[in-house]
Design a protein around this ligand. Structure first.
Ligand SMILES: Cc1cc2nc3c(=O)[nH]c(=O)nc-3n(C[C@H](O)[C@H](O)[C@H](O)COP(=O)(O)O)c2cc1C
Length: 337
């Protein structure tokens, strides 16, 4: 089933956030086994790496992961245009520009959240990216930075990018602190400000506004969808990937979701195919630790994975045993009669 509607418009009602070291191609394949309807994003790839790096390793993906966006970090117009062309050629459905990462390294290379200080430069980049391809170019940004948490500043920033041709904005509802906080602290401090995102949508009804930050429950998703066009979720899904099944059920009204043991079965086949191509088993299975989050048997699953599948040289034959754990867990989690 295609996830893009007749106008080839992407459905961004729910998406999984780009997360470095997390949303690589193996994680995305795994998440896609659970959810057919969410939009998926790559980890942030620096423009230079996309152009000069090992493209097969950094950018390849399986068709099953689609619809899929490539997230890029950069502020060099020429490089960004080149990345967009590469992404379009490779069949990515969207390119998203990272304007929200606060890390020192990213700031040094002049990309991420520090670009909120340079609306003209960002607008020029976005405009050039849009003019060089047919796929959508979107932006993911914070609601402010350092001392600036001001509706007018954010609104002006967004409107500048709108004039440059950008229609879809993912707003992480927390400002970035560029000096003095680590990237990890920047994910929890300062407080979230959802109202600012709602107000952006209210004042710019023609734009697609996706809200992000601290969202982890169905009721929260439903409530945000009243004031925004879509919800992006990061950590809650990485920690508890099967939350996506509940999302399929309760947000997309899809009752045809694989059980955890069916997913485990598909993982076994995936591991065997990938290992033949040279993938290390730990690169796949590390993303699946949370499959039984909150369920009976969660610890057994985690322990087996950590004792048998987290080393670079783990024996991939041991993957067959996860089916046994999955079947036992299924029995343990059946509602008692
Ligand atoms: C481990 C980790 C890595 C992240 N890497 C990226 C990234 O590559 N690009 C990006 O735009 N945001 C990145 N983020 C931020 C998330 O996309 C998201 O905006 C943030 O986690 C807030 O959403 P959440 O509360 O649902 O997790 C990262 C977050 C985490 C936890």
């Amino acid at each position: 089933m295609s996830l893009l509607d007749k106008k080839n418009k992407i459905n961004r009602k729910i998406s999984v956030a780009p997360m470095m070291d997390c949303t690589d191609r193996h994680d995305r394949y795994f998440l896609r086994l659970i959810s057919k309807n969410v939009m998926l994003y790559s980890e942030m790839i620096a423009s230079k790496s996309a152009i000069h790096g090992d493209r097969k390793k950094i950018l390849s993906y399986r068709i099953e992961e689609k619809p899929l966006a490539l997230q890029v970090g950069g502020s060099d117009k020429k490089e960004l245009v080149e990345v967009v062309k590469i992404a379009e050629d490779m069949g990515y459905d969207e390119v998203n520009l990272n304007l929200g990462c606060p890390s020192k390294k990213v700031q040094k290379n002049k990309f991420g959240a520090c670009l909120m200080k340079e609306p003209n430069l960002v607008a020029e980049c976005i405009n050039a990216m849009i003019n060089s391809c047919k796929i959508p170019i979107t932006a993911k940004t914070r609601i402010g930075f350092d001392k600036v948490e001001d509706f007018d500043y954010l609104n002006e920033f967004i409107n500048k990018l709108k004039l440059a041709g950008c229609n879809t904005f993912i707003l992480h509802a927390r400002k970035a602190i560029l000096k003095g906080l680590s990237p990890k602290q920047n994910l929890n401090i300062p407080k979230l400000n959802y109202e600012m995102v709602y107000k952006i949508k209210e004042q710019n009804p023609d734009l697609e506004i996706i809200i992000n930050g601290g969202i982890s429950k169905i009721e929260e998703i439903k409530s945000h969808l009243k004031f925004s066009d879509g919800v992006m979720i990061g950590r809650a899904i990485y920690q508890n990937p099967y939350f996506l099944a509940e999302i399929e059920n309760k947000i997309f009204n899809n009752n045809n979701v694989l059980s955890r043991s069916e997913i485990a079965e598909k993982l076994v086949s995936y591991v065997k195919e990938e290992v033949k191509k040279g993938t290390k088993i730990n690169h796949i299975m590390r993303h699946t630790v949370g499959l039984y989050y909150g369920q009976s048997g969660a610890n057994k699953w985690k322990r087996y994975l950590s004792e048998n599948m987290m080393a670079r040289d783990s024996d991939f034959q041991k993957v067959d045993h996860i089916m046994k754990i999955a079947q036992n867990n299924e029995k343990a989690n059946q509602p008692s009669k």
